[in-house]
Design a protein around this ligand. Structure first.
Ligand SMILES: [Fe+2]
Ligand SMILES: [Fe+2]
Length: 195
């Protein structure tokens, strides 16, 4: 599917036809937030919006279809073990195969959008943060301050989102993906270098 700078009309129509309304509304919020944050931080806004539009595209698939695509998507053991993570690697696969995206940073941002990672490029940071702070997400009391922080300091917002997500998973007794933990450790090392 051709993606231009015309506001992603064809892409939006396709996503609207396959995603549930609430998922589409979230997707629209993430794309708008990613575009705005990218502009703020000197990142190409159309690439950020594209990543936002497509980040949850695999949510349109049923569980069996998602599971079948884990192999072709190159999902790692940590992703395979947690069904809630499946849509990220499969989403990157679909973005390339079904939606014609060739930009490796956009594909990587989609892959990392649930777990984060220790070496994210700016586009991956923007998507990871935008997925958490988009206007339709009302459930975290930290969100107003986090939205302000994201406009001021993308790195700090990235770590804060990561920290909150890890805390939430631990509090619910859910597994942590090694990539998220590695991201946490990398950040702590950067703040407290060994002497
Ligand atoms: Fe997602
Ligand atoms: Fe999402």
């Amino acid at each position: 599917m051709a993606v231009g700078t015309d506001g992603f009309g064809a892409l939006k129509a396709r996503l609207k036809s396959v995603l549930k309304p609430a998922r589409y509304a979230h997707t629209r919020g993430v794309a708008a937030t990613a575009r705005s944050l990218a502009l703020r931080h000197g990142i190409a806004p159309e690439r950020a919006a594209l990543a936002g539009w497509l980040h949850d595209c695999a949510k349109a698939l049923e569980r069996d279809a998602l599971q079948r695509l884990l192999g072709p998507a190159g999902a790692d053991a940590g992703e395979r073990a947690v069904p809630a993570l499946w849509h990220a690697p499969v989403g990157a696969l679909l973005a390339r195969r079904e939606y014609g995206v060739r930009d490796p940073e956009v594909l990587r941002a989609i892959r990392l959008h649930t777990t984060g990672g220790p070496d994210p490029d700016p586009l991956a940071k923007v998507l990871f943060v935008s997925d958490f702070i988009e206007p339709g997400r009302p459930r975290w009391p930290e969100l107003p301050a986090l939205r302000r922080l994201a406009r001021r300091d993308l790195d700090a917002a990235y770590f804060e989102v990561l920290r909150l997500k890890l805390l939430d998973l631990v509090s619910k007794g859910r597994p942590l993906h090694p990539r998220g933990l590695a991201a946490y450790h990398r950040h702590m090392e950067s703040r407290c270098p060994a002497r």
